[in-house]
Design a protein around this ligand. Structure first.
Ligand code: ADP
Ligand code: MG
Length: 737
């Protein structure tokens, strides 16, 4: 009898096993059983083609109706157009080379077609779809064999191993399967109405009815959520077992002095969150808290107050930002908020003051050495830097708190590295301005406590957003910018590319640190958008174009992007902050946290190339002062779907609504970040928005089990599943380097 770890070849023979190993990485019985069919068909039936949606990935069973080939106009070779049908509705297939397709795509042939639905003139089409034509005999056999059953459709494993052969392999494997331990305890299965593991595999691969499929998929999704939540529960328990120094502000200390001179009242939300953090910091085990709040909701002040209370108790704090631009800006704004409180130990400084130090990769050796010394000696109460701070051998005298800004670029591995930084594990506060829907927070940050700042400080100005998609209005956009500048304000112009001679999208050598450039590369282009036909707008081109634009004559225009030298970037940001630059043409480097109150307009070129949350983040850069903000989303897209997406960004300023929309439209892996999307994702069927109830249930179950049995001594099957899930995760992480 086989179990999950039995090599596939032993059960089904090498000739069947090797294509599965080679093309799909399936080596064991367990691998095969976890290879979930993509969908199921009723034998003999064609897929209804009436409900196609642009941009959707589809797999359909259809019949080839007619085929035409014709020579290409400007190139050698012929292109092929085939029309497939469900008997009523049609779908057009386009191949730019007929070669290899002509013999297979013939009228009357039936098969499986997979691709992304597009629209060309008035017809639906798939460009270069994958397809598989059914062998009529084989199909007949399949139909007979399957009578009364559904046909599972798998991703084929090469030519020798089409979907129906994978299905036969699954059948043999299931017939030879012995008892396997179920990692979900029986009482949980009963409470949640879950089928047992072996039944799940049978129903997944050999279902008779839709109901079978949904029972199997439900159990499967539960498993995915349950595994993740068990890992998180264990992490949480491990965190609670750690010991560290409690940090309590000193009466008459820095925090009091700062509060006394703060130019505004904290909002009710800020007070509440500050109290939560103060309570955590006073504990003996390290804080591990996520602070989310819209752009401009005042997270930095909250973090600064936490840092000051740690300094008051004799410790140091580090503030990590994802880019050098942001790190420098934090350094400047913290220094200015603290005023003479940041001049501790200096002539004329405050007696209770401390020092703030900036530490970045591109500083000159001398300055850097000085900063390192300040961190090691404890002279610097606050060390501001990029995420590289934790990778390098930076020594702290007594690191009590690490604040990480803009969490979504900061993975769980880095969070772990932090814990090893101090003599004792430091308290950790991570901040994110991307609102995170509850179940995502629970899944990705489920080992942390969370706080949310939901109101903006009073006196914020509204941001109006408009989509500019008609070329007739493009020039008007620049006139509008000029008007704003004449009224004394400043403008950002964001482009998706830099446009210098180097290849865009080619990240430089990285040491695990996010350089400004990586951020641009990784986040500038929204891959779910259809490929652009023309070149995207670049910073350099745009700058040249705007200089030549009569509407902007006499305006001071500058550029900012990730491949500029750090000093140059710094100088540009300073100048922009000081108001000596009117129009700043930049990449998404300015996306996170850049704060210039006098900037009122943001023009985003090729806005369709950016994701929803990213657009929301970007426009948060304007309307920070007393004048209303204006964001113009310029696009030349013809896709209705993409226009719709931009319109939805224009329609609301509610970050949570947009975050949900974003999640609905993107692949899950993009949202979850590197950890979950690496190699073998643990989340295959689970959808973080739709499966909220199931995630809540799995979380409750997992936390109860781990709470009563942290080492999973009484749950060996679960322990094994977790161990191998963590191995996969580790392997995926290492593969990415
Ligand atoms: P976030 O980091 O959450 O995007 P910041 O902390 O940068 O927001 O705050 C944005 C701006 O609002 C800053 O200029 C800050 O000084 C100001 N601010 C913060 N809290 C308040 C408050 N309670 N009242 C008025 N202004 C505030
Ligand atoms: Mg911020």
């Amino acid at each position: 009898m086989a179990d999950l770890s039995t090599p596939l070849g032993k059960v089904v023979g090498q000739p069947s096993a090797s294509p599965l190993a080679k093309h799909r990485g399936l080596h064991t019985v367990g691998d095969l059983l976890d290879f979930v069919p993509r969908r199921y068909f009723e034998p003999g039936k064609l897929t209804d083609l009436s409900g196609l949606v642009e941009g959707e990935d589809v797999t359909v069973v259809a019949r080839v109706d007619r085929v035409v080939t014709r020579p290409m106009r400007h190139r050698k070779g012929r292109m092929l157009n085939a029309t497939i049908t469900d008997g009523t509705h049609e779908l057009n297939l386009t191949f730019f080379s007929a070669y290899g397709h002509e013999g297979r795509l013939v009228p009357g042939a039936r098969g499986l077609f997979a691709g992304t639905v597009g629209r060309y003139h008035q017809t639906w089409q798939l460009t270069h779809p994958d397809y598989q034509i059914f062998d009529p005999e084989e199909e007949q056999e399949a139909v007979e064999q399957y009578t009364g059953n559904l046909i599972p459709i798998y991703l084929p494993a090469g030519k020798q191993m089409p979907s129906w052969k994978v299905r036969n392999v699954a059948q043999i494997v299931l017939a030879s399967l012995g008892e396997i331990p179920d990692h979900v305890p029986p009482d949980v299965r009963e409470r949640r109405g879950l089928v047992d593991l072996v039944s799940m595999y049978r129903l997944l691969h050999l279902p008779s009815t839709d109901k079978d499929v949904s029972r199997a998929r439900y159990r499967r999704k539960y498993d995915e959520a349950f595994t993740v939540q068990t890992v998180l529960a264990q992490r949480r328990m491990a965190g609670e077992g750690l010991r560290t120094t409690p940090r309590v502000p000193r009466p008459g200390g820095l925090l009091e002095a700062f509060d006394a001179r703060m130019p505004f009242e904290l909002t009710a939300g800020q007070q509440e969150v500050s109290a939560e953090i103060a309570k955590d910091l006073a504990c003996e085990h390290p804080m591990h808290r996520l602070l989310q709040g819209e752009v401009g909701s005042g997270k930095t002040v909250v973090a600064l107050r936490a840092m000051l209370s740690v300094i008051d108790s004799g410790g140091q704090a580090a503030l990590l930002a994802p880019t050098e631009v942001l790190a420098s800006q934090h350094f400047r704004s913290i220094t200015s908020m603290l005023g003479d409180l940041a001049e501790g130990g200096m002539l004329g400084g405050s007696e209770i003051g401390t020092q703030v130090t900036l530490l970045t990769g591109s500083q000159s050796t001398g300055i850097r050495r000085r900063s390192l010394l300040d961190a090691a000696s404890g002279d610097a109460g606050i060390v501001v830097g990029t995420h590289a701070l934790i990778q390098e051998h930076v020594q702290f005298f007594d690191l009590g708190l690490v604040v990480v800004d803009e969490q979504h670029r900061f993975g769980v591995e880095q969070r772990d590295a932090l814990r090893g930084k101090g003599k004792q594990p430091p308290h950790v506060l991570v901040m994110t301005a991307t609102p995170i829907p509850r179940t995502v927070a629970m899944t990705v940050f489920g080992d942390m406590e969370t706080s949310t700042l939901s109101e903006l400080p009073k006196g914020r100005s509204p941001i109006a957003t408009h989509v500019v998609s008609n070329p007739r209005w493009f020039q008007r956009t620049w006139e509008r910018v000029a008007e704003e500048v004449r009224a004394g304000h400043q403008t950002y112009v964001v482009c998706p590319r830099i446009g210098d001679s180097e290849v865009d999208g080619e990240p430089g050598a990285t040491s695990g640190e996010w350089s400004d450039e990586d951020v641009e590369v990784a986040f500038a282009v929204d891959e779910s958008a259809p490929p652009a036909i023309r070149e995207l707008r670049s910073v350099l081109e745009m700058e040249a174009e705007l200089r030549d634009n009569p509407a902007l004559a006499g305006l001071r225009i500058a550029i900012l992007h990730g491949r500029m030298a750090a000093d140059d970037k710094d100088e540009v940001m300073r100048a922009f902050a000081a108001g000596t630059i009117d129009v700043l043409v930049a990449t998404t480097v300015i996306e996170v946290g850049v704060d210039v109150a006098n900037a009122t307009v943001m023009v985003i070129m090729d806005a369709d190339r950016f994701g929803i949350s990213q657009l929301h983040q970007l426009r948060g850069r304007v309307g920070r002062g007393t004048s209303p903000g204006l964001c113009l989303l310029v696009t030349e897209t013809e896709s209705e779907m993409v226009q719709q997406r931009l319109l939805s960004v224009a329609a609301t300023n509610d970050g949570f609504t947009l975050a949900r929309l974003d999640l609905e439209q993107r692949r899950e892996g993009d949202v979850l970040g590197a950890r979950q999307s690496g190699g073998k994702s643990q989340l295959r069927l689970l959808r973080l928005l739709r499966d909220e109830d199931l995630i809540l249930a799995a979380r409750e179950d997992a936390f109860a089990i781990v709470g009563a049995d942290p080492g999973l001594e009484r749950h060996p099957a679960l322990r094994n599943v977790i161990a191998s899930a963590l191995d996969d995760e580790q392997a995926a992480y290492l593969e990415r380097g």
